[in-house]
Design a protein around this ligand. Structure first.
Ligand SMILES: Cc1cc2nc3c(=O)[nH]c(=O)nc-3n(C[C@H](O)[C@H](O)[C@H](O)COP(=O)(O)OP(=O)(O)OC[C@H]3O[C@@H](n4cnc5c(N)ncnc54)[C@H](O)[C@@H]3O)c2cc1C
Ligand code: FES
Length: 364
């Protein structure tokens, strides 16, 4: 079994180091010819995704555990490990998170999860792109739409996210793509202001303006549309968790599927609601395929008054056989999963994207 080097990274912020300071290593899946070259300041996941090779992953920030691999030989340094993603005994067994593990020698590993993506997922190589800001607009209270034009097409699955690089800070933050995959050069994001947030408050709600340029990396994540279903599909969003669900809804309707989709958008107050005219019109134009229910939790007497999960529970006596796509803050996702389980939906048909905060709040 290989070893795991712990403790502070000897090469933090090493992107500008010379090649001699930042050697490359060969990383190989055990008993296969599947190898990539990985720099010492690069994670194993990043190297595989850039090479166009798929690897299971979701959060890419060391919190979900989806990217677990077992080191068979060689040494890695693990940048960050949320205590819930890997237990100490798993780490002692040689398990590491590919999204955090950087090689310190040539490495051979055993995949900890599936070797192939689901049939409904297309693996697009991870790319760094620059983009020009086309629009930054206030669309609701403390919520902005950001639209950027990329220097080259970004191919992705409806539901995936990209990483925005916050200029001058070294920090990166993840944001879900709200545009459908058919729109490859005009990317749309919905951003909620986080008080004192490095990316939101300090940049996107600060000096960012049309014609500025920015850098992004993507596509990332495994949240994606699984295709049409004979039974209804529920889409449940909390706040800006609407972004990937907008991409999925528009993509599904463009693809001509015949599933019945019902989108619920939960917000606290009327002033937090956005894109309701857009979804209202979609529902009016395609009533047999798409329904839309905005839900307002903290304004008694308003339309569909209550928590989004309570409104869904009121509408459906059972969700047996349904599929659900759920996106937003972790607490809302947990509530949705519990409610859907009570309504007899199989947990494996509840697809989730959690907007978890990054492990460090300043730079990552
Ligand atoms: C896969 C993924 C997709 C995402 N997509 C979107 C999206 O489409 N739209 C969007 O608005 N956000 C999205 N997020 C969240 C986003 O990546 C940032 O975490 C968020 O914008 C805050 O970044 P910041 O730099 O402004 O704040 P930070 O500087 O990171 O944090 C500022 C303060 O806010 C707190 N904080 C940060 N995030 C949260 C949180 N989620 N809940 C509670 N407290 C928090 C921090 O602890 C800190 O005190 C996504 C996250 C993930 C993991
Ligand atoms: S812990 Fe690596 S992708 Fe989530």
């Amino acid at each position: 079994m290989g070893s795991l080097i712990d403790g502070p990274s000897p090469i933090e912020g090493a992107n500008s180091y010379s090649d001699a300071m930042n050697p490359e290593h060969t990383v190989t899946i055990k008993d296969s010819a599947n190898s990539v070259v990985c720099r010492q300041d690069q994670t194993i996941l990043d190297a595989y995704l850039r090479a166009g090779a798929w690897m299971p992953h979701s959060c890419t920030q060391g919190t979900c555990g989806t990217c677990t691999i077992i080191i068979d030989s060689g040494e890695v340094h693990q940048e960050y490990n949320d205590q819930h993603a890997l237990l100490p005994e798993e780490m002692a067994d040689g398990r590491v998170l590919a999204c955090q593990a950087q090689p310190r020698s040539d490495v051979t590993f055993i995949p900890g999860g599936p070797r192939q993506p689901e049939k409904t997922f297309t693996s697009y190589p991870l790319k760094d792109l620059s983009a020009e800001v086309v629009e930054v607009t206030d669309i609701a209270h403390d919520t902005r739409r950001l639209v950027v034009r990329t220097s080259e097409p970004m191919h992705f699955n409806a539901g995936q996210y990209v990483r925005l690089h916050v200029p001058g800070s070294g920090a990166t933050r993840d944001y879900s793509l709200a545009n459908p995959p058919s729109q490859t050069e005009l990317l749309e994001f919905h951003i909620r202001r986080m008080p004192h947030g490095v990316a939101s408050d300090g940049w996107i709600f600060g000096e960012l303006k049309p014609s500025d340029t920015l850098d992004l990396t993507g596509p990332l994540g495994d949240f994606h549309y699984r295709g049409p279903s004979v039974n209804p599909i529920l889409l449940i969003a909390g706040g800006t968790g609407l972004a990937p669900l907008k991409s999925i809804v528009v993509h599904a309707l463009e693809s001509g599927g015949t599933s019945r989709m019902h989108l619920y958008h939960g917000v606290r107050l009327q002033r937090d609601l956005y894109d309701d005219a857009f979804f209202g019109e979609l529902a009016a134009n395609q009533p047999s395929l798409f329904s839309y229910t905005p839900c307002i939790s903290d304004q008694p007497g308003s339309q569909n008054d209550g928590l989004v999960t309570d409104v869904v529970a009121r509408d459906y006596a059972t969700c047996k056989g349904f599929q659900a796509y759920v996106c937003g803050p972790p607490a809302m996702i947990n509530a949705a999963v519990t409610m859907l389980r009570r309504k007899r939906m199989a947990p494996r048909f509840v697809y989730r994207e959690e907007f978890t905060p990054p492990p460090t709040t300043s730079a990552r």
